[in-house]
Write a protein that binds this ligand. Structure first.
Ligand code: SAM
Length: 488
C-alpha cells in the first residue's frame, strides 16, 4: 500500500499542476511522452512531499530503497522490509532522497543503536542493523558488484565478522570547534556537513581515547580559554602494546598553553608515548600538514600483529582494526600459497605490515609505497623484527612495478592493497606485464575492486576466490581479499 501527499497545499497530485511545471518545456515534453506510453502522469516528487513506502533493498550507503511509480526513493534509516511514512528531502529527475517520519512496520533485524548520536553522526551508518543484517548487507554489496561489474560468477565466501564488533578502532581523528556558549568541543561531523556533533563516548574507539579527548577539552574549558589554532586532534593506539600517540593539528606553530598541555597529558596518561604537533596551513579537507614538531622524544608508537612488531608514525597508514587485519593477512597467506623460492612484491605496502607478515614464507619480498615516512617505518620495522629478506622502494606502485619489469626481475606473486580509488591503468598494465603466477588483491572499496577485476580478466587473470572481511563493523565499509590466477 502506498499513499502520496504533496507537502504543500494540494490534496491530490492529480488535481493541479504547479506553474513551474506547466511552463517548463522539458517537463511538459516528459509529461506528453509518459501519456503516450500509458504511464502515470505524476512521476516527479518535491521537497517535503510525504509518502508511505516500503524498502525492498539497500543502497551502498545502507539507505532503504523504495520504488514509487518508477521513481526510486532512498530513505535514510529505513531497513529492508520496513514500511514507513517518509518525507522527501531532495529530488531529481527519477530519484529522490527521503527521511523517515514514522515507522509503520519494524524489521526483526532492527536494533537500538548503543550510541545516542548514531543517526546524526556520519561515522556509523548502520548501527541500527543487527550483526546478522550488517553481515548480509556487506555480503550482498560484494556479491552484487562482483556479478554486475566484474562479471564473475565466482561464489563469494561468507564474510568473516568480529565476535565483539565494538571498540575496535585504533585511530581516531576529531575536529575541534566551539559551541554556542563559546566552549571548546570536539566530535564528529554531522553527515555531509561540517557541523560538529560532540560526543562523550564513541563506541568504536577505546575508552582511553575518549578520556584523552575529554581531558584536552577540560584543560581549556576549565581555564575559560580556547586554543584558536588547534584544528584537529588525532589519536593512535597500539591495541597489543597499549601505547598511545597524540597528534595536535594546528593552523600555525603557535598553540595556547602547548607546553602545559603536553606536561599534563604525559602525567595523567602514562600510556602516551609520543605527542606531535602537526602544522596544516591548508584550507581544504586534508587533515595532516607537511610540517611536524616533536613534543616528546619518541615520534612513533609500536604495535604487534601476529609475531611482528610495528612502529607507527603520525602520517603512515596502519590498519584501523588490527584484530581483523590479522584475519585478512592470514587469508593473503592462505590464498597466495607462497613457496620458499618465491619473490613477492607488496604494492602500496604502508609501513610494511603485509610484506613483513609474509616474509618468513618466501625467498624475498619487495615493498613499494609512495609515502617516504611509511618506508622509513617499514625499514625500521624490518630491523626490529630481524627480517633480512625484505627490501623497499619509495615511489608510485605502477612506476616501481614497471621498472622492476624492465630490469627483468622475476616476480612470482604480487600482493596489492591500494587506497579506495583502486589501481590505475599503468599499474595494472605493469602487473600484467610482470606476469606473476598469482595476484592477491586486498581492497577497502568493492566498487573499484570490481572495476579492476574486470580489467584483469580482460588481460588474462581470472578471479578465483573472493573473501569479504568485516574490518569496520557498524559502518557500511567492507574489506575484501581476492585471489587472481593466470587463465589457463
Ligand atoms: C590501504 S593502505 C595499505 C597499506 C598496507 N598494505 C597495510 O595493510 O597496512 C594503502 C597504501 O597505499 C599507499 N599509496 C597510495 N597511493 C600509492 C601509489 N600511487 N603508489 C604506492 N603506494 C600508494 C598509501 O600511502 C597507503 O599506505
Amino acid at each position: 500500500m502506498r499513499t502520496w501527499k504533496h507537502g504543500r497545499s494540494r490534496k491530490s497530485p492529480s488535481r493541479s499542476i504547479p506553474n513551474w511545471h506547466r511552463n517548463c518545456w522539458t517537463n511538459s515534453m516528459r509529461k506528453k511522452r509518459r501519456i503516450k506510453r500509458g504511464k502515470p502522469l505524476f512521476v516527479f516528487m518535491r521537497e517535503k512531499d510525504m509518502l508511505t513506502v516500503s524498502a525492498v533493498d539497500y543502497d551502498n550507503n545502507g539507505y532503504g530503497v523504495a520504488k514509487v511509480d518508477g521513481f526510486v526513493v532512498f530513505v535514510k534509516g529505513l531497513m529492508k522490509g520496513e514500511e514507513a511514512e517518509v518525507q522527501v528531502v531532495s529530488s531529481r529527475r527519477n530519484y529522490a532522497y527521503a527521511k523517515v517520519r514514522r515507522l509503520i512496520t519494524f524489521s526483526d533485524q532492527r536494533v537500538t543503536p548503543k550510541c545516542p548520536i548514531a543517526s546524526a553522526c556520519g561515522g556509523c551508518q548502520i548501527q541500527h542493523f543487527s550483526t546478522l543484517e550488517q553481515a548480509s548487507f556487506k555480503q550482498d554489496i560484494v556479491d552484487g558488484l562482483l556479478k554486475r561489474v566484474a562479471k564473475t560468477d565466482v561464489q563469494v565466501q561468507p564474510i568473516l565478522t568480529m565476535s565483539n564488533p565494538w571498540r575496535y578502532r585504533n585511530k581516531v581523528q576529531v575536529p575541534i570547534g566551539k559551541d554556542k556558549q563559546g566552549k571548546m568541543i570536539c566530535g564528529f561531523y554531522r553527515a555531509q556537513t561540517h557541523d560538529i556533533i560532540p560526543f562523550t563516548d564513541c563506541f568504536l574507539q577505546h575508552t582511553i581515547q575518549n578520556d584523552i579527548l575529554a581531558f584536552i577539552l577540560d584543560f581549556y574549558n576549565s581555564r575559560h580559554l580556547y586554543p584558536d589554532t588547534l584544528r584537529w586532534v588525532l589519536l593512535k593506539r597500539g591495541i597489543v602494546t597499549e601505547e598511545i600517540m597524540v597528534v595536535l593539528i594546528t593552523s600555525d606553530e603557535g598553540m595556547l598553553l602547548k607546553d602545559e598541555l603536553v606536561k599534563e597529558l604525559l602525567y595523567t596518561f602514562p600510556q602516551i608515548k609520543s605527542i606531535i604537533q602537526n602544522i596544516n596551513r591548508r584550507e581544504d579537507n586534508v587533515i595532516l600538514g607537511d610540517e611536524e614538531i616533536a613534543l616528546t622524544p619518541a615520534t612513533t608508537i609500536t604495535d604487534k600483529l601476529g609475531d611482528c612488531e610495528f612502529a607507527i608514525s603520525s602520517k603512515s597508514f596502519y590498519q584501523v582494526n588490527p584484530i581483523q587485519a590479522k584475519v585478512l593477512y592470514d587469508k593473503v597467506i592462505e590464498f597466495a600459497q607462497f613457496k620458499p623460492t618465491d619473490t613477492v612484491m607488496d604494492l602500496a605496502c604502508g609501513v610494511g605490515t603485509i610484506a613483513l607478515y609474509i616474509s618468513k614464507f618466501v625467498k624475498q619480498v619487495i615493498g613499494v609505497e609512495v609515502i617516504p615516512e611509511a618506508i622509513e617505518d617499514a625499514k625500521q620495522n624490518a630491523k626490529r623484527n630481524q627480517i633480512t629478506n625484505a627490501s623497499w622502494i619509495t615511489g608510485d606502485a605502477g612506476e616501481a612495478a614497471r621498472k622492476l619489469h624492465d630490469e627483468g626481475i622475476g616476480i612470482d606473486v604480487i600482493v596489492v592493497d591500494p587506497p579506495r580509488k583502486g589501481l590505475n591503468q599503468p599499474t595494472i598494465d605493469a602487473i600484467v606485464d610482470i606476469s606473476p603466477r598469482s595476484i592477491v588483491y586486498v581492497s577497502c572499496d568493492p566498487g573499484t575492486l570490481a572495476r579492476d577485476l574486470a580489467i584483469f580478466s580482460e588481460k588474462g587473470y581470472q578471479t578465483e576466490i573472493v573473501q569479504p572481511v568485516d574490518m569496520f563493523p557498524q559502518t557500511v565499509h567492507v574489506e575484501t581479499v581476492v585471489l587472481l590466477a593466470q587463465k589457463k
